[in-house]
Design a binder for this molecule. Structure first.
Ligand code: GLA
Ligand code: GLA
Length: 670
């Protein structure tokens, strides 16, 4: 069911959105008129305004200066450019921290973080909350009904963590809510270990810096709390906005696979999902990594279109060595987001700053001005996005689900385990890559997702799993689904207590396999393995001593202690099939495994044969082909089609130059 508000509220009558962060407060008003003219010429139809304007709007405590913002919104509105108006609460003015130092965040060592940068607030500070909400309420009162107001952008890239006394008090309240009484807390945290028993709630603190390894459940609960504390603040702002402008959607910009925030719990609190994403031009895996993040955003929105709130036109300035984007990369990356469900393609930022920490960050309008090849590329891209209006609002159908969970990520991130080299997001990408390479569409889902509509469910790692989620995976297979489970899954329960018995305890029945030892291996000694047909592959980092309890061992370790023991198993269970992978196979072997699991599931990619480097995705009426490679690619296409980007007709095969994109809409319906 489509909710009342969403991307469709914005794209209706506008098509795909194109624009960026606009920070007019950094410029004299004479520049604003030029900005708006250039925006119109570039096809900009939405800009984000006011993200860092708290000090300008409230120059001293309680004062209000909205005049300049009235003029900015007036100019934009007159030009037909919609405004994504930000609540400016990500960066409080120096007066807040100076007068109320308790609003400043404290790190795990007890050190206060000061103003002079941004993001310096404690999510649980009552003073910060009160000041932020007062301004947000006035902002919303002022601009409710303004013709330019199209979207609310709450805060910016939430992610603050704080260990101050206010945070400790809020943490205790959160724990009381979760566990009821101290006995419940002591039991959950396993405080008989190392004499950690709490006898009074006042003793309970955030996991501040301690002499040695900190209680893992305390750490896990603090991560849960920190995500929830920020969410509580976001919600408070959102509720003020909703009460005043019930027809204006509300979002806050996510950061992809960002560890501190459980986006599964945040996304339902937004009217639309938006994300900031900056692929690293130096990362050869960036195209697949980016596709995974885009699919996560679509998943967070329940399959509905989402918005790329920030990307860079060229180089960022926050990596140590900032490679520019090769020519053609700007549009390739933006169109990749469209292919994967984005209906908004926006940038940080419109005009490059002259001063401040980000003055060397690329923008839509560089320091050198509009007479530049970069700005010409921006204009050309704005123009071509208009041709993709038929794509707005359409979906990306997927029969494969990839499971990602924040709590499990947090729990596995803790020290004191067999290895710190198992990274759930690395595993996610490793299992995603072969699907991406074959043009198989994937939905990223939480472990609690309804799975019955999927033919294949891939669980690269779920170190922490609840009984209910394990039961749901089991029921999914019994009912005919195909499941792939990666190593070190099902190890702990939601309290991070080890599930005893042969592992993975809650999944061993459905997997028809069980293990007794985790055995990390030296990085420089890959582990030889063999498929049952005799072909060999290598695995690395991690092995498990596993036996079959009914599953077919399809690959085995061939050397060392685990020699002869299964490395990969396949089990028919009920009407479905479950795979277990007891190591980290090299990428080609994962591709082979994926091919077999896809065959079990009867799933094929959008094309029989996708050349290396080419991404193939079907969205709505169109087949998107994106060449990420450095060589031209020759792609066989299934039907006579119109390329929406160029208006030309293609048939039989299409040749894509490096970084070229085709958006093919079938011409003859059979
Ligand atoms: C030390 C400590 C023990 C235990 C072991 C673990 O020897 O005295 O309490 O922590 O390390 O290796
Ligand atoms: C983030 C922020 C922006 C800006 C960009 C720079 O996405 O939201 O304010 O700092 O990074 O890349």
């Amino acid at each position: 069911m489509t909710p009342r508000l969403g991307m469709h509220t914005l794209t209706a009558g506008r098509g795909l959105l194109f624009g960026g962060d606009y920070n007019p407060e950094q410029w004299p008003e004479s520049v604003w008129t030029e900005d708006v003219e250039l925006m119109r010429a570039a096809g900009v139809n939405l800009v984000t305004v006011g993200v860092f304007s708290w000090a300008r709007l409230e120059p001293e405590p309680g004062a209000r200066d909205f005049g300049w913002l009235d003029r900015v919104l007036g100019l934009l509105g007159d030009a037909g450019i919609a405004v994504d108006l930000a609540t400016p609460t990500a960066s409080p003015p120096p007066w807040l921290g100076h007068r109320w130092p308790e609003t400043l965040p404290v790190d795990e060592s007890g050190h206060r973080l000061w103003y002079g940068a941004r993001n310096q607030f404690c999510p649980s500070s009552p003073v910060y909350r009160e000041r932020a909400l007062a301004l947000v309420a006035d902002l919303a009162d002022r601009y409710a009904g303004h013709p330019a107001l199209a979207l609310w952008h709450v805060g910016n890239e939430y992610g603050q963590i704080c260990h101050c006394d206010d945070s400790a008090a809020a943490f205790r309240a959160w724990l009381q809510d979760r566990y009821g009484d101290l006995d419940g807390l002591n039991e959950a945290w396993g405080t008989t270990f190392w004499s950690q028993r709490y006898s009074d709630w006042a003793e309970v603190i955030t996991p501040r810096r301690a002499p040695y390894l900190i209680n893992p459940t305390q750490l896990l609960d603090f991560r849960r709390f920190s995500s929830d504390a920020l969410l509580a603040h976001y919600r408070a702002e959102r509720d003020l906005l909703r009460a005043r402008t019930p027809d204006t959607p509300v979002t806050t910009n996510f950061m992809g696979l960002f560890k501190p925030i459980d986006y599964w719990s945040w996304a339902p609190e937004e009217d639309l999902v938006s994300n900031d994403h900056y692929p690293d031009p130096a990362d050869p895996l960036a195209p697949a990594r980016t596709a995974l993040v885009h699919d996560l955003m679509r998943g967070l929105g329940g399959g509905r279109p989402w918005m790329l709130m920030e990307q860079a036109t060229a180089a960022v300035n926050w990596r140590p060595h900032n490679l520019p984007k090769p020519s053609g990369q700007l549009r390739l990356e933006s169109l990749q987001a469209v292919a994967r469900g984005a209906d908004g393609l926006c940038y940080f930022q419109w005009r490059a700053s002259r001063f401040g920490a980000e003055r060397f960050h690329a923008a839509m309008l560089p320091h050198a001005g509009p007479d530049t090849r970069l700005h010409a590329d921006v204009r050309a891209h704005g123009a071509e996005l208009r041709r993709l209006a038929p794509i707005a609002g359409t979906t990306v159908p997927a029969r494969v689900a990839l499971v990602h969970d924040w709590a499990s990520w947090w729990a596995l991130d803790e020290r004191g385990q067999p290895s710190d080299r198992l990274d759930p997001t690395d595993q996610l990408l490793s299992y995603y890559r072969p699907l991406w390479e074959r043009g198989v569409a994937v939905d990223v889902v939480p472990p609690s997702a309804e799975l019955s509509a999927y033919a294949l469910v891939v669980v690269p790692n779920l170190y922490l799993i609840s009984d209910a989620d394990a039961a749901s995976l089991t029921a999914y297979v019994r009912a005919g689904g195909v499941l792939v489970v990666g190593p070190y899954s099902g190890v702990v329960d939601p309290r991070a207590h080890v599930r005893t018995g042969r592992f993975p305890a809650p999944l061993r029945e459905v997997l028809g396999a069980s293990g007794e030892e985790w055995r990390p291996v030296p990085e420089d000694r890959p582990v030889p393995c063999r498929w049952s047909d005799g072909t060999e592959f290598a695995a690395r980092t991690w092995t498990e001593l596993v036996r079959s309890d009914g599953a077919e061992p399809v690959a085995a370790f061939t050397e060392g202690e685990p020699a002869g023991h299964p490395a990969v198993l396949r089990h028919r269970s009920g009407r479905g099939v479950a795979w277990y992978v007891a190591t980290l196979p090299e990428q080609d072997a994962l591709a082979e495994l994926t091919a077999r699991a896809l065959a079990d599931a009867g799933v094929t990619g959008v094309l029989p044969d996708v050349p290396p480097g080419v991404e193939a995705v079907r969205r709505g009426p169109a087949l998107f082909l994106l060449n990420h490679g450095d060589d031209a690619a020759d792609v066989p296409i299934p039907h006579r089609a119109e390329d929406l980007l160029t208006g030309t007709t293609a048939e039989g095969r299409i040749t894509l130059a490096p970084r070229a994109v085709a958006v093919l809409r079938p011409l003859d319906t059979p």
